[in-house]
Design a protein. Sequence first.
Length: 273
Amino acid sequence: MPAHIVLIDAMNLIRRVYAVQERPFHYMDTLSDTTKQQIVHNTKIHTVQAVRKILNHQQPTHVLAVFDSNSPCWRYQLYPDYKKGRKKMPEHLEQSLTDIQDALLELQVDSLVSDDDEADDLIATLAIKVALRAQDVTIISTDKGFLPLLCEHIRVFDHFNQRVLDEQYVRDKFQVKSTQLIDLWTLSGDSTNKIPGVPGIGQITAAQLLQQYHSLKGVLDASDLKQSMAIKLQEHKPQMQLYQELLTLKKDIPLGFNLKDIRLQKQMNQQAV
């Protein structure tokens, strides 16, 4: 039986589930401890239900839920404004993550927590290692940062909208190929991660440049750019090198486990159906 590895971007899933459970209480200035406990309890229940549906729909042979580290990752050291202003995880949710991990383990879904890297880097590393062995990987996330990984053996699935985020999705949304996305966001910026890009270059202009010159290097080497554009790009070349490093997921992190460690037992796979 061919291997199919499902990698769950755990905090992407949990925080979206939590937001739905918290929504009815948005009118309240502060939440009581009882209300917090109820929201967290509901979040755990609905997260487990979501993972059951994922197992049912994807029918994986292997599965892993990947969590972010509690400490700031290496990107903050390179760029202190990385993700600046992003809403911090509520403390009561953070304290409940171990309980959620335990609940997932009852489904045979083990959890991996990063020490120094973001969950995205761990997911990318494992996905690439598996894909190089010609085995299939499905990343469960709504995070567009995984889209540059798309290839024959790696796909991204949006559980909430029940759709595959494939090459056609990338072309429709960004007007470039998945292999050009890092260059696109380097030029236009990435508001999600507070990466500003080159001033005055939005997504439409960046996509047009990449359609014409194919890559950021091609854009920088072009001899027929308007002078004002060429000067602007050269002035921001050091910043663009930094942005590319921030946007590019690591693919070489030592993982310390084998695929057999995250294999689903047959009876559990059937139970999830």
